[in-house]
Design a binder for this molecule. Structure first.
Ligand code: NAD
Length: 488
């Protein structure tokens, strides 16, 4: 491996998902001299990346992809004070393809950015990571990669996965030199581009051999195109792999901590928002991740904690496993408390009632619904036979949401009692309760009360008209907001 001398000219990212797509796009955008190709087995996903509508919604993603994928003409732009700046023309250097073998074979650096879900969805015990995708992609890379290529774990993986990758490479290409790095991704969905452009840190784990350190230096150069070198931290492979699991576990732990305190607040008259502000002013604690609410969702926090618990169990560290399991227990407890409270406020039954759900994504500014608290809430509510569950989310595709809910239930009866709307007012009309389950900006008070606010808009054309019972919807939504705040 002699990346420093030769310089990185070609990068291939295997996996065009929420991490692979945006990460590769930003690397290409910031390194016009490097050819970056994102490959995926999912042809439909690749087609979308090659269209004007990427398969995922992230603020800023479209613009970055267009510049890097399509290239730009030279331009002169005006800046403050009457000065102008010349922007050079740039050629396309971001490509999306299904030809995994060819693209891998051309790359100096290959990112592994495939899905690493959990094998189990309950919380009673830890769960090993499902390594099927990672093992498959590693095999494909092992067969195709050129000698000396640097293989980078971008996926979140159990500690010591680099050894599995190394063994797989050795089985398929005995004696061929490859270097393996760990470079976990810390972006958060909804702010992926912002996080990638201005990361808190870039973490690179490598073996402490001469070639390992050289490979780390080559990857460091790629990031140094836009990230200050002082923010690029190099550590050993196992510290890097474990850091990602621990970072997510500790973020989730803060959410469960404040949510557990919200239960105490509700019975004592303390206000959890006031409390969060008061304790967050302590510089040792800081204000972030102290917002009580429905608990965390998304594809990462729960699975990474399950993976950490599993690791502790396999190391016979039972108390440690138990400690981290509690973070998940409180998360589920909080969601159940919310649903129970809704049902209690509706006189103990949902039968014959319409319940509106505003927000279905697991957080604002994303269309991702994986492990969304809303999914679990809808599931529990539907079990109580409401007349209708009416769902509106500004970014989630209504057809996808409808299909997803159908899959949650075995009986067609229950599946039929939910409807997905393209308009928040339609979803809210004649509802007994409006539950705001994703904190999209347009659901925030006070815009909610303004007649022509963005409240109702989805990606579909807005359908607000004068016959809609706006006032009723607005009042109910306000009431729901208050109830939500009370719970929080
Ligand atoms: P994803 O499911 O959106 O994307 C993974 C992609 O990999 C899929 O499109 C799949 O088709 C593709 N794939 C699987 N096997 C393949 C193979 N052999 N060849 C080619 N393509 C293959 O997953 P994601 O959300 O992007 O997550 C990827 C990894 O990043 C996971 O390990 C996850 O834990 C981690 N991560 C995710 C986030 C997040 O916010 N989503 C943040 C940080 C880290």
């Amino acid at each position: 491996v002699q990346p420093e001398q030769e310089g990185v000219k070609n990068i291939c990212c295997v996996g065009a998902g929420y991490v692979g797509g945006p990460t590769a796009a930003v690397i290409a955008f910031q390194n016009p001299g490097i050819r970056v190709t994102v490959v995926d087995k999912d042809a439909a996903r690749i087609r979308k990346w090659n269209s004007q509508h990427p398969p995922i919604h992230e603020p800023g993603l479209n613009e970055i992809v267009r510049v890097a994928r399509d290239g730009t003409n030279a331009a002169t732009i005006a800046i403050e004070g009457g000065d102008t700046v010349e922007l050079p023309a740039r050629q396309s250097n971001l490509f999306f393809s299904t030809d995994v073998a060819r693209c891998v074979s051309e790359a100096d650096i290959v990112f592994l950015s495939v899905n690493t879900p959990t094998k189990y969805t309950g919380i009673g015990a830890g769960a090993a990571t499902n390594m099927v995708a990672l093992e498959g992609a590693t095999r494909d890379i092992a067969i195709a990669a050129k000698p000396g290529a640097i293989i980078v774990e971008k996926s979140t993986v159990p500690c010591r996965t680099a050894q599995i990758v190394r063994d797989t490479l050795e089985v398929h290409r005995p004696g061929v030199p490859f270097e393996i790095l760990s470079n976990p991704e810390f972006l958060a969905e909804g702010t992926a581009i912002k996080d990638l452009l201005n990361p808190d840190r870039i973490l690179i784990g490598s073996s402490q051999t001469e070639s390992g350190l050289a490979a780390a230096a080559a990857l460091k150069d790629v990031y140094a195109a836009w990230v200050d070198r002082s923010k690029i931290v190099t550590v050993n492979l196992w510290s890097s792999e474990l850091s990602k699991l621990v970072a997510n576990a500790m973020l989730a732990q803060r959410i469960s901590s404040i949510n557990s305190i919200s239960a105490i607040c509700e019975q004592t008259g303390a206000d959890v928002d006031e409390l969060a502000k008061a304790i967050g002013l302590d510089m040792r604690l800081g204000p972030k991740f102290l917002k009580a609410g429905l608990g965390f969702g998304g594809s990462c926090f729960k699975k990474d904690i399950l993976s950490l618990v599993y690791l502790a169990q396999t190391l016979h560290l039972d108390e440690v496993a138990e400690y981290w399991t509690q973070v998940l227990t409180i998360n589920e407890y909080q969601r159940n408390r919310f649903v129970q409270r809704v049902v209690r406020n509706l006189h103990g039954t949902l039968i014959g009632k319409k319940i509106t759900i505003l927000g279905y994504a697991f957080k604002k500014d994303t269309s991702d619904t994986r492990e969304s608290p809303a999914v679990e809430v809808v599931k529990t509510l539907l079990a109580d036979n409401p007349a209708e569950i009416a769902i509106f989310d500004p970014k989630c595709n209504p057809e996808n949401v409808k299909d997803e809910i159908k899959h949650l239930f075995a009986t067609t009866d229950t599946a039929d009692s939910h409807k997905v709307y393209k308009d928040a007012y339609d979803a809210s009309a004649d509802s007994s309760a409006i539950l705001i389950l994703t904190e999209w900006d347009q659901f925030h008070y006070p815009p909610l009360t303004q007649k022509d606010s963005a409240f109702h808009k989805s990606d579909a054309p807005p359908q607000l008209n004068s016959t809609r019972p706006q006032k009723q919807a607005t009042l109910e939504a306000e009431a729901a907001l208050e109830a939500d705040a009370a719970l929080a």
